[in-house]
Design a protein. Structure first.
Length: 310
């Protein structure tokens, strides 16, 4: 079976259930270089919106997946970079709706929310999940390390404008980082913005997988819960309770494909292998670690695996 380049999963999502991923952007191409990114350092900083891959190729892979009849809960446009950099995002969302009836979600870092054409494209999604990690420009720049052309005030105004007109579900995500945005003053300022945006839901997240910057730390549970209470949000648990899936028949290729877009920790990997009938999981992990481009990172005392190969 030929490896799919743009469609992957379904993968477990604590917000979206079994999520079928569609990645319209080349690996680690983004307008941010977030210090907490689970995919590692951004390789290609870009603010260009273009048709990075032919739309027909993306939709053909979706068709191929749908023919297999694998169950999923949502189709999520996200993947290996910032999806709003895909210039035909509106056509992609239309194509996904035309092929199936499950909700179409888009996960965005909010960096292009100042662009009217991006907001118009996102209007077509059933669920939009933008990030909001800061209430002031210095903190925002320290966390996201954005492209120089991006304006923090313009992003905030864009989020407000989008929220005012959007008819779908707007789920705001706040990634908490120790010593950066988790103080009472920072959280109070973020709450002011949340109240102005008025999302349908707020999710409080923490870097549970190895971040791009190894100095990044997750706040303790007490801090996370305090943020959830203040922002009227939901604190996401550290571990998922659902299963990864892949159309790849070979277990090694399946794991490598998943880990390009969603690093797996050791517990998730072993469970995935056991579900696939792999008897000697320790031997498999040794083989996996020998793969070119496979990074093994220990974070929060748990070994995780990230495929950095292009």
């Amino acid at each position: 079976m030929k490896e799919r380049e743009h469609v992957y999963g379904p993968i477990p999502s604590r917000r979206l259930g079994r999520s079928l991923g569609v990645s319209p952007i080349p690996g680690k191409t983004c307008n941010y270089a977030c210090n907490y990114c689970m995919l590692g350092a951004t390789n290609r900083m870009s603010g260009d919106r273009k048709e990075w891959f032919p739309l027909d190729d993306l939709l053909a892979e979706v068709d191929s997946f749908l023919e297999e009849g694998v169950g999923y809960d949502t189709i999520t446009v996200c993947g290996e970079g910032e999806p709003t950099l895909y210039s035909r995002l509106d056509d992609l969302i239309d194509g996904l709706h035309a092929r199936q009836t499950k909700p179409v979600a888009v996960i965005t870092n909010s960096g292009n929310m100042d662009r009217p054409e991006v907001r118009q494209a996102l209007m077509k999604a059933d669920i939009v999940l933008p990030s909001l990690e800061a209430a002031d420009e210095p903190t925002w720049r320290a966390i996201h390390r954005p492209s120089p052309h991006i304006s923090f005030p313009a992003i905030i105004e864009g989020l407000k404008a989008f929220a005012k007109d959007y008819q779908g579900q707007l789920w705001l995500e706040v990634m908490l980082l120790t010593g950066m945005n988790d103080s009472p003053d920072q959280l109070s300022a973020i709450k002011t913005l949340v109240d102005a945006i008025r999302p349908d839901r707020v999710y409080i997240n923490t870097p549970v997988r190895p971040p791009a910057d190894p100095t990044v730390k997750a706040p303790d549970h007490k801090t996370v819960q305090r943020a959830a209470d203040l922002l009227g949000g939901t604190a996401l648990d550290y571990l998922t309770d659902q299963d990864f899936d892949s159309a790849e028949e070979d277990p090694l290729q399946a794991v490598l494909t998943i880990c390009k877009r969603h690093p797996m920790n050791r517990f998730e990997l072993v469970h995935f292998l056991e579900e696939r009938g792999v008897k000697d999981t320790e031997a498999f992990i040794r083989t996996l670690k020998a793969e070119d481009g496979l990074d093994t990172v220990t974070y929060c005392g748990i070994e995780s695996y990230r495929n950095t190969r292009s």
